[in-house]
Write a protein that binds this ligand. Structure first.
Ligand SMILES: [Fe+2]
Ligand SMILES: [Fe+2]
Length: 364
């Protein structure tokens, strides 16, 4: 199906409707995430995800109700616990699902669980990842490790700067790119084309997605998050995570802006340092480091620890245990650009910096 992606004034729903023709007509299997037909647009959730949403929707649900549903799936609950343990700043590392729910809160543990369920990971490495003749521009494992890396790093920085809820920042980091995951799971071929297009033309991924798919991953992810009834601030984080941080307070409140900025910092650094790969170009995050009164140099060791921990956890999440790839040429270019914009102390030397700082200090 060829989409007319240039028709002006089309809504997200109209674009999504064009995608959601029955799987049989497209020659593709149905996958949890997004599905439906042209007249009946809907997002699909797995039975486990549906049960989680139903329980969290009910005001009378207890921690035990939610824990019971999750514990019923031993592999899933083991992975959820392992995922939760990557979160910094927790007073207690959860050793049971019930503890994880108490620590994160029903709403946020639900969000984490739904995000995890979207990956649909097998108990052993997926064949498609193992025998691919040519390297794909992005793999499921890279998307997974990008989410995990961003979550761990955003949560760690949040804890270090005294953010009141670093585990929420962790959840936000984990889910920020779920639109990209949905694209991969449901329209893989077309999505990979947009990733290649972004690399070849050196254009932002959101631009390539809009060109190739008619909708970009922040918009699509936010749409899914609304359907899955994720908390509003999380929907906004997903929607606005590519908006420059100095204009965030034009679209979200100050608290959410700060969470998004932390996610952006983690996102950029994970890409720059090749801690996994989300399919995006690493960007210059110097202004963000400055804004948070931090120096990237002080974090190199922390990042390396996160990288090793993620690598060590691959088998738990059903992936091969190969090493991380080195940054490709595109990332090297991004690192070079960043170096050019930084002085030896890690500060940013751009004309816009004063203007940016003035603006953000007024609002944060
Ligand atoms: Fe993104
Ligand atoms: Fe990302």
């Amino acid at each position: 199906m060829k989409l007319d992606t240039h028709a002006p004034g089309r809504t997200v729903e109209q674009i999504a409707e064009e995608f959601f023709v029955p799987a049989g007509n497209r020659g593709e299997g149905s996958t949890q995430g997004a599905d439906g037909d042209s007249g009946n647009f809907s997002f699909q959730l797995s039975p486990l995800s549906r049960a989680i949403v139903e329980i969290s929707r009910n005001d009378r649900s207890t921690v035990k109700n939610l824990a019971d549903v999750i514990v019923d799936e031993p592999l899933f609950s083991a992975r959820l616990l392992k995922l939760a343990k990557f979160s910094s700043g927790l007073s207690l590392q959860p050793s049971t699902v019930a503890q994880a729910i108490s620590t994160f809160g029903m709403d946020h543990l639900k969000s984490l669980a739904l995000g995890l369920s979207l990956f649909g990971m097998e108990s052993s490495p997926p064949k498609e990842e193992a025998w691919q003749p040519a390297p794909a521009p992005v793999t499921l494992r890279q998307l997974w490790e990008h989410s995990l890396g961003c979550a761990a790093m955003a949560g760690l920085i949040a804890a270090k700067i005294g953010h009141p809820a670093p585990h929420l920042v962790f959840v936000a980091g984990f889910l920020h790119d779920l639109g990209r995951l949905l694209f991969y799971r449901r329209w893989k071929e077309r999505f990979l084309e947009t990733v290649s297009l972004a690399i070849e033309k050196s254009i932002p991924s959101v631009e390539a997605e809009t060109l190739g798919m008619g909708i970009n991953h922040p918009e699509f992810g936010a749409h899914w998050a609304t359907h899955a009834e994720l908390p509003f601030w999380l929907q906004q984080t997903i929607r606005y995570h590519h908006v420059p941080f100095y204009t965030l307070t034009d679209v979200v409140d100050a608290k959410t802006a700060k969470i998004i900025a932390l996610v952006q910092l983690a996102d950029s650094e994970c890409e720059n340092l090749a801690i996994s790969r989300g399919g995006d170009l690493g960007e210059c995050s110097g202004d963000l480091w400055t804004k948070l009164n931090l120096r990237v140099e002080d974090w190199t060791e922390h990042l390396q620890i996160i990288k090793r921990e993620i690598e060590a956890s691959r088998a738990v999440f059903g992936f091969d245990a190969d090493g991380f790839g080195e940054p490709d040429d595109r990332r090297r270019a991004a690192l070079k650009t960043r170096a050019e914009f930084h002085d030896p102390n890690g500060s940013v030397n751009t004309q816009r910096r004063g203007q940016i700082m003035d603006h953000t200090q007024k609002h944060w």
